[in-house]
Design a protein around this ligand. Structure first.
Ligand code: NAG
Ligand code: NAG
Length: 356
């Protein structure tokens, strides 16, 4: 895990701005077919995924909430359920409105999120002020408490496998519903091959993930944060056998791969993952770095695509192809062949910058 520091407690302002709009929303820029909404108080990461040009900081700190995120209502993820297999979600956080719930826990039904990790992921995907898809449904599947316990690797993997299975069941139960708009499973963790090999039951997890993809779930996976070949960290390394998984590396505000982020042929694409502002426990806000955050951002982008591409809602490979096709090419530094793609929502052009 990476460094952890509290930035600021924005709670009063957040409550004020609820329930319907993120702060800093300006009047629509265009009135043609679909209104473009601009959030002028966004983290840098949201400007980056909705622009073709790199972020110009012009002296601003990376953590300042003055960047510009442009999106349309079609991309707000409404109706899409995201299953976050992690530590649970602080569902009372005002940034989630009523869109977050904890569904399953492998810890004797103890649903309480006591780490913050799952809440950071949920916030990067779909919180009102820091999230990509601001109206997505966030479902906590708690398999870690408080975070990773690798002492008993077999139990760890058994718990993750059971969490993944629960997500598949929830997805399949919704499939027939009239308002079904698709599901995404978010896996914001990775363990070294050694841990998985020693456990002896990692094939169970692999089979379960294959079933998720076969059943039409989109599955995003953090590349891992060991600064090594992502094929040696799992579940990312499973992409060799399950091509429907989407493995995400992490970049900073200069479009450079984080030194700590895994790299290599198992990476499908990159997303912002350095100094990402998101939600944490007790209604708080936290800045953190890692592929768990970049994978969450790609989950948000996919939720947005599901509103625009009905045909791909149950087609993980097709969605993966689309997201990779749309990604910006040749803009990254410090990446190896195969992973030179930066996720891009497809919003045309760039925000208008007014520096004095
Ligand atoms: C989310 O979608 C619902 C249903 O369409 C709508 O009533 C609500 O206003 C939306 N909320 C936000 C934050 O856009
Ligand atoms: C797995 O889940 C059980 C409860 O079902 C819990 O007691 C145990 O601590 C968990 N193990 C790990 C390593 O997470």
């Amino acid at each position: 895990m990476t460094s952890v520091f509290l930035l600021l407690l924005l709670l009063p302002t957040i409550i004020h701005s609820l329930p319907l709009q993120p702060r800093g929303i300006s009047t629509p820029l265009s009135c043609t077919k679909v209104n473009i909404i601009e959030q002028g108080t966004s983290p840098w990461s949201l400007q980056r995924i909705s622009s073709t040009a790199p972020v110009t900081q012009n002296g601003r700190p990376t953590t300042e909430l003055s960047y510009k995120y442009r999106f349309t209502e079609l991309e707000d993820g409404e109706g899409v359920e995201v299953y976050i297999v992690d530590t649970g979600i602080d569902v009372e956080h005002p940034e989630f409105g009523r869109r977050a719930r904890n569904a399953i826990s492998t810890f004797d039904d103890d649903l309480e999120e006591n780490s913050g990790h799952g809440t950071q992921i949920a916030g990067a995907i779909g919180s009102l002020n820091y999230g990509v898809a601001k109206n997505v449904s966030l479902v906590g599947i708690k398999v870690f408490s408080p975070l990773f316990d690798t002492k008993n690797a077999a139990a760890l993997i058994a718990n993750i496998t059971s969490g993944v299975e629960s997500a598949i069941l929830l997805h399949n139960a919704r499939r027939a519903a009239k308002n079904f708009k698709g599901s995404i499973m978010n896996l914001g963790f990775g363990f070294p091959k050694e841990v998985f090999d020693a456990a002896g039951n990692s094939d169970d997890l692999k089979k379960m993930l294959k079933k998720a993809v076969d059943d039409g779930m989109h599955v995003t996976v953090a590349a891992g944060d060991r600064g090594r070949d992502a094929c040696t960290d799992f579940p990312a390394g499973y992409v060799k056998d399950i091509p429907g998984l989407i493995v995400v590396g992490a970049t900073d505000v200069f479009d450079k791969r984080l030194d700590t982020a895994d790299f290599g042929p198992c990476i499908d694409l990159h997303a912002p993952g350095g100094e990402i502002v998101s939600t944490t426990l007790k209604g708080g806000v936290k800045v953190d770095s890692g592929t768990f955050l970049s994978a969450a951002i790609v989950t948000g982008v996919i939720a947005g695509e599901m509103g625009k591409n009905e045909k791909l809602r149950m087609d993980p490979l097709g969605m993966k192809r689309l997201v990779k096709d749309k990604a910006l090419k040749g803009v990254l530094r410090g990446v190896e062949k195969g992973g030179d793609l930066l996720v891009y929502s497809g919003m045309p052009g760039n925000p208008v910058e007014e520096f004095v």
